[in-house]
Each structure stands twice: as structure tokens, then as C-alpha cells.
Design a protein around this ligand. Sequence first.
Ligand code: IDP
Ligand code: MG
Length: 133
Amino acid sequence: MIQNTYVMIKPDAVARGLIGRIVGRVEAVGLTIERMELSMVTAEQAAANYAEHEGKGFYAGLVEYITSGPVVKLQISGEEAVPVMRKLMGATNPKDAAPGTIRGDFGLSLDANIIHGSDSPESAVRELAIFFG
Ligand code: IDP
Ligand code: MG
């Protein structure tokens, strides 16, 4: 089934000059870039996107980090785009992410883990509304 998903190249990856290589991997598996924008994440967008983590020990640091510098916001579509992107990204902690995945190849730490991708089609609808209106 054709799906849309929300993907975000996080501040550390933008700062390290990894945009091109990450977008290249998305294109290489045949997914389509529908929208792409370099901009800051507002405090409101961060709170809405990470609402499920509110109250956890890492929440404040996560919001501070995701709002710390420009990100690349992407709407990506394609066959099974949500799980395909999650597979391309690899495990949340780069230390557990397989070589060949974006986090496995570029991630430095659990907080600086390069990329965000919606975890379900329902999350994708919600997150695309948060970031693209
Ligand atoms: P996901 O990004 O793979 O969906 P989530 O569990 O939804 O992973 O966590 C959202 C983000 O919060 C992660 O990408 C990571 O940057 C950060 N994070 C998750 N767990 C921890 C933790 O235990 N310590 C610090 N940061 C964390
Ligand atoms: Mg998640």
C-alpha cells in the first residue's frame, strides 16, 4: 500500500553535512520526496511530536536538542513507506543499529541519532500535520 511518512534529519546530521547522503539513501530505495524544508523545530512542534515521551528522564534534553539547530523536514511517500523508512533508519540506539542503516553508519549516540521517522501510518498523519500544517 502507498503510504506517506514524516522524516526529519536531526540537527547533528545537518551540522555534520550529512543531508545529501541521507536523502540519497531514501531516493536509492525508490521512495519519493514529496516535501523537503530546512528550518527550525519550534518548541510547540517538539512538544507535540514527542508528547509520548513527556515525563521521561530524557524528555527535556530531547526537546532542547531537536530545537537546537536547523533540521530537514521531509514528507516521503511510496510503497510501505513507513516500515521501509524505519528499516532504512535502523535501531533507535546507533550502537544497536546494523551496519548499512542510516543510524548504524552515521549515528554517534542515542540522543544524536541522526534521523526521525514516523512509527506507524497514524503517527505519520499526526506528525505531517504538526510539521507541515
Ligand atoms: P525512535 O526515534 O526510534 O522512534 P523513540 O523511542 O520514539 O525512538 O524515541 C524518540 C527519540 O528520543 C529517539 O530517537 C532518541 O533520540 C531519544 N531517546 C529515546 N530513548 C532515549 C533515552 O533513553 N535516552 C536519551 N534519548 C532517548
Ligand atoms: Mg518514535
